[in-house]
Design a protein around this ligand. Structure first.
Ligand SMILES: [Zn+2]
Length: 367
């Protein structure tokens, strides 16, 4: 397939990371904050805490469902490529769902792996009581399991993720231009393919098919959060018809090129048209996440901004998201990707902080 024209750089990244073991790391781990610890660990070996490929996430999700049948339930969606996308719902099923606070956490993009890693690590903390590195979790697990229903879609495009040329994006192996050429593909003239919600090989045959796209039939590809026929939207719509979620958190990563920041909250593009109570909750919840990032040592943009795309991209969001935005508070999160300022495990911890802050926001509303 066309994307195989690009070299797989993972092994060189691994070996380089192994050579960067710093003598002072243990001292840092004792005294530093969460993000400094994560930054130090990133220099050693992110992989052992980093479950992002379908062959890594699927066995772990299955293991949790088998080990904790009273806590975990799964919904699945087969992809055209033959893989399975999961919606993992966690709650204490011995207690009635009625009255529980409900949160849906999703991610659509194969090139944003820290969103998956962050959800998997949060699930490990909630279910096993320890993160994926074995460190005990400070989560108030029983309270969360008794009072909330939490659904996670850790990988909305497993076919795309399986094709990703690297396990994480740390800014060392690829410039942002080279990275985005792989993400969205290249035409035969060498230009990056135009970003569209859906396209067909009957209309054009790119030299490189971007791995952000999901193939949905013999000739069509979609960007998962811009087309309702994606596996991601099929699972979201199924879960939203099953549970009346109080909040929907959609996790992303972006490059923050020429920006001093590494995290931001995106309000719905139609924020000002939404019912006032939804606007107010979006803002209060977004501020709670920003405060959590600041406490953790992140560098979030302090203001909440609506999604800033032009009409060429907004038209897809209008079609796919307008009804969802009008019925449920919904925020987008962006964490820096492919930049040495935010190493992989720091990306993961910032994602986790946004999930934890959302759960705490729900529980605070409970009082
Ligand atoms: Zn994204």
């Amino acid at each position: 397939m066309a994307w195989r024209l690009w070299p797989v750089r993972k092994s060189s990244l691994h070996s380089r990371l192994r050579t960067q073991v710093a003598v002072g790391i243990l001292a840092c781990v004792v005294s530093a904050g969460v993000l400094e610890v994560a930054a130090a660990e990133s220099k050693v070996q992110p992989a052992k805490h980093w479950l992002v490929r379908p062959q890594q996430t699927e066995p772990k999700i299955r293991e949790w469902a088998a080990r904790y049948p009273q806590l975990v339930s799964l919904e699945t969606q087969k992809t055209f490529g033959g893989r399975t996308a999961y919606a993992v719902t966690v709650t204490n099923r011995k207690r009635e769902d009625a009255g529980k606070r409900k949160l849906l956490v999703t991610q659509p993009h194969a090139h944003e792996p820290a969103t998956t890693a962050g959800m998997m690590d949060f699930l490990a903390q909630l279910l096993d009581g320890a993160d994926l590195s074995g460190r005990p979790s400070s989560l108030d697990r029983n309270r969360i399991l008794d009072l909330t229903v939490l659904t996670f879609i850790p990988d909305g495009n497993p076919d795309g993720r399986a094709k990703a040329p690297a396990d994480w994006w740390d800014g060392a192996g690829f410039s942002n231009e080279a990275f985005l050429d792989l993400v969205f593909g290249k035409e035969k003239d060498g230009q990056r393919s135009k970003r569209v919600g859906r396209w067909s090989t009957q209309q054009r045959q790119p030299a490189v098919i971007g791995f952000a796209y999901e193939q949905i039939n013999g000739h069509e590809y979609v960007e998962p959060n811009r087309d309702l026929d994606s596996t991601y939207f099929k699972l979201i719509r199924r879960m939203r018809s099953r549970y009346s979620y109080d909040l929907h958190l959609d996790l992303h990563q972006t490059e923050f090129e020429k920006s001093p920041y590494n995290a931001m909250i995106l309000l719905p593009f139609i924020e000002k048209e939404l019912p006032q109570p939804i606007q107010d909750r979006n803002v209060a919840w977004g501020k709670a996440i920003i405060a959590a990032w600041q406490r953790a040592g992140g560098h979030p943009i302090p203001d909440l901004k609506p999604l800033g795309y032009g009409e060429d991209q907004i038209r897809y969001f209008r079609k796919c998201w307008s009804d969802l935005y009008r019925s449920t508070p919904c925020l987008g999160v962006e964490i820096q990707n492919n930049n040495p300022r935010t190493p992989p495990l720091v990306q993961m911890r910032l994602i986790e902080a946004s999930i934890r802050a959302s759960v705490e926001f729900l529980l605070a509303e409970e009082k």
